[in-house]
Design a protein around this ligand. Structure first.
Ligand code: GLU
Length: 370
């Protein structure tokens, strides 16, 4: 799974970075950085989701090992994020990689405009061969309702956002068992899961680790998001040195196998799940280009209807008024109106900013080929 993947999200839990007695696990992190560098050299793109800000912020604030209130966690995260990030920066520098810090909230995956902005930034960073996006939740600004609260689900949202084909959740447990292995050492290990059924969910009840916030239940929530996005997912132990190399060499893990590709899952989501907020009518030339798989350029659009924001779904109609598809608009309705019929080179002069060349990118649309 990992060997065939092109775009991989790796989630590192707090308990891997921080040992309760000895502090930061620097030697281990360096082996992980070496693994990441090897994946990059093999042409794979990697994004990292890391926990640890709250744990690293406890000490300077004088919080001991007790459970923290939400306010205390937010303060600790603000404090610990700096230490966490410099820890990553140092490890990645040794393998000539450079981290880019991204802090997200649950709101960023719901609000379409912010979602698109985060997605575009991640795409830019992933295209670089020196930079690794290193992501955490923006704990300080995330209010109770708009928090992920655990990086398991955050990492699945990131995987979905960038259409990753593989998500690896590294933690202090090597996978899913039919019962909690800490209480029942004979519990059966589950190697492969194709759907997160109620039976699978029942297996996870109560199993958790105590430094981080996520337990098995949040990992299964992550698996549901990943599978629905066409992304394979692994729950694997990250405790040993070189955890990614070990996983590539078939170390024990629970693999959740997606039934379709991220691209198909995204197209299905666009086709089915989104209510269209407007209509773009295209000329005959554009209709032909769309049917042959091209993106929609402003020059081929003759009319804009509705009021929509950047990132909203719109219907695409041909000159006869037949609905020929649906897509996510790269511009809001007002800007779309100003640029239709115009050449890509003219856009910056009209808009006053350098926007996208396409009104709907081909990856963001579904077209009825008939
Ligand atoms: N965002 C939290 C932190 O960095 C971690 C959440 C989690 O443990 O999943 O400390």
């Amino acid at each position: 799974m990992l060997n065939n993947a092109k775009r991989i999200v790796i989630k590192i839990g707090s308990s891997l970075l921080i040992d309760e007695r000895s502090g930061l696990r620097e030697a281990w992190l360096l082996t992980l950085a070496e693994d990441v560098a090897a994946l990059r050299r093999a042409g794979k793109q990697v994004a990292i989701v890391t926990s640890g800000a709250v744990a690293l912020g406890r000490n300077p604030l004088g919080y001991d090992a007790r459970a923290l209130t939400l306010e205390e966690k937010q303060a600790a995260a603000a404090c610990g994020q700096i230490a966490l990030f410099s820890f990553w920066a140092q490890a990645l520098a040794i393998v000539s990689l450079y981290p880019a810090q991204i802090l997200l909230t649950a709101d960023d995956s719901i609000n379409r405009r912010r979602y698109l902005n985060a997605r575009t930034t991640l795409e830019m960073l992933l295209a670089s061969n020196r930079v690794i996006p290193v992501i955490n939740e923006n704990d300080t600004v995330a209010t109770a309702e708009l928090r992920f609260g655990d990086n398991d689900r955050l990492s699945a949202r990131v995987a979905q956002m960038i259409s990753a084909d593989c998500l690896v959740l590294f933690s202090d447990i090597d996978g899913l068992y039919a019962a909690d292995p800490r209480r029942n050492p004979a519990a059966r290990f589950i190697e492969k899961v194709e759907a997160v059924t109620p039976e699978i969910e029942a297996m996870a009840a109560g199993a958790g680790s105590h430094i981080g916030t996520g337990g098995m239940a949040t990992k299964l929530e992550a698996a549901k998001i990943a599978l629905a996005s066409g992304c394979h997912m692994a729950i694997a132990s990250g405790m040993e040195m070189h955890p990614l190399t070990r996983l590539q060499e078939n170390a024990r893990a629970t693999w959740f196998i997606a039934a379709e590709s991220p691209k198909r899952a995204r197209k299905r989501w666009i086709a089915g799940g989104l209510h269209p907020a407007g209509v773009l009518t295209v000329d005959a030339g554009a209709a032909e280009a769309l049917r042959s798989g091209k993106s929609l350029l402003p020059a081929g659009v003759t009319a804009v209807e509705g009021s929509f924001e950047r990132g909203d779904a719109v219907l695409i109609k041909d000159a006869d008024g037949h609905i020929m598809g649906k897509g996510l608009s790269a511009y809001n309705a007002a800007d779309a109106l100003r640029i239709i019929g115009r050449k890509s080179a003219e856009l910056e002069g009209i808009l006053g900013f350098k926007g996208r060349a396409t009104l709907i990118h081909r990856d963001d649309m579904v077209i009825d080929k008939n």
